[in-house]
Design a protein around this ligand. Structure first.
Ligand code: ADP
Ligand code: MG
Length: 250
């Protein structure tokens, strides 16, 4: 799909980023014209080599990295450079790659932190996330710091889900986990998506990510190198040669 086809397909998307240029230091751009869209109900995967700018893209979408030019829209409303707390209130959730739980707080307290903007809805949202992750309900009084990496990832995703986001941004949820827990994360991510949450997922486990994604982007040097359905990308000889050959772990 070339850029003009991509632009046409992005019409009416839930979340949409066009031609983003952004970076951490003045004059040093990490994103160099990145485009992305996520339609209502979609699970979109973003893969690509280390340092390509995948985390920077998610941070820019979530108001944590200043966007120099380009636009981000949510249901057509311009949300470019809005602060994270405003974005959360509008229905954007973000789970960063690291330090995504409060280790000294219990599971329940972590979930309460996720809902600080709407504390009255705690019971209803707690029931929802523990229907997805029953063990979190059973172990609600356990400190997050005493959990395994995989369990902590479940807490982090649940914390973001407490605010009932329409779109969830996930940064490498399977990183650092055992193969069994990685599988669990992909299954859970798909389950969250099926429960009605649109998802943009950045992953180092590229092949597994493309298996569960409706569509994917291969990011390289701060822009999309390839985009298409998860299946098309996973079977594209250029994508395999350049990005899946060495990145694939499953
Ligand atoms: P990816 O997630 O694809 O591995 P990142 O978005 O983390 O890539 O990083 C893209 C580039 O931005 C890298 O060159 C990295 O060194 C740089 N970078 C990331 N975070 C920062 C930061 N906080 N300050 C300055 N440069 C950063
Ligand atoms: Mg990253």
């Amino acid at each position: 799909m070339d850029r003009s086809e991509h632009l046409a397909a992005a019409q009416g998307a839930l979340l949409r980023a066009d031609d983003l240029v952004a970076g951490y230091l003045p004059g040093v751009n990490i994103l160099n014209g990145a485009d992305l869209y996520c339609r209502e109900g979609e699970l979109v995967g973003v893969i690509g080599p280390n340092g390509a700018g995948k985390s920077t893209l998610l941070k820019a979408l979530f108001g944590l990295v200043k966007i120099g030019s380009g636009t981000v829209t949510l249901r057509g409303e311009d949300i470019t450079n809005l602060k994270a707390n405003k974005l959360v209130a509008k229905g954007v959730g973000f789970v960063p790659q690291t330090n995504n739980v409060f280790p000294s707080l219990t599971i329940q307290e972590n979930l309460e932190m996720g809902l600080y903007q709407k504390p009255k809805r705690f019971k209803e949202r707690f029931d929802f996330v523990t229907s997805l992750f029953p063990t979190l309900g059973d172990r609600r009084n356990q400190r997050a710091g005493s959990l395994s990496g995989g369990e902590r990832q479940m807490v982090a995703m649940s914390r973001a889900l407490m605010m009932e986001p329409s779109v969830l941004l996930l940064d490498e949820p399977s990183a650092g986990l055992s193969p069994i827990m990685q599988d669990e994360v992909f299954i859970r991510t798909k389950q969250i998506n099926r429960a009605g949450v649109s998802i943009v997922m950045v992953e180092q486990n590229a092949r597994r990510c493309l298996q569960i994604a409706d569509r994917g982007y291969v990011m390289d040097q701060g822009r999309n190198a390839y985009t298409g359905t998860g299946q098309d990308l996973a079977n594209d000889p250029k994508v395999i040669e350049l990005y899946l050959g060495t990145l694939a772990t499953a």
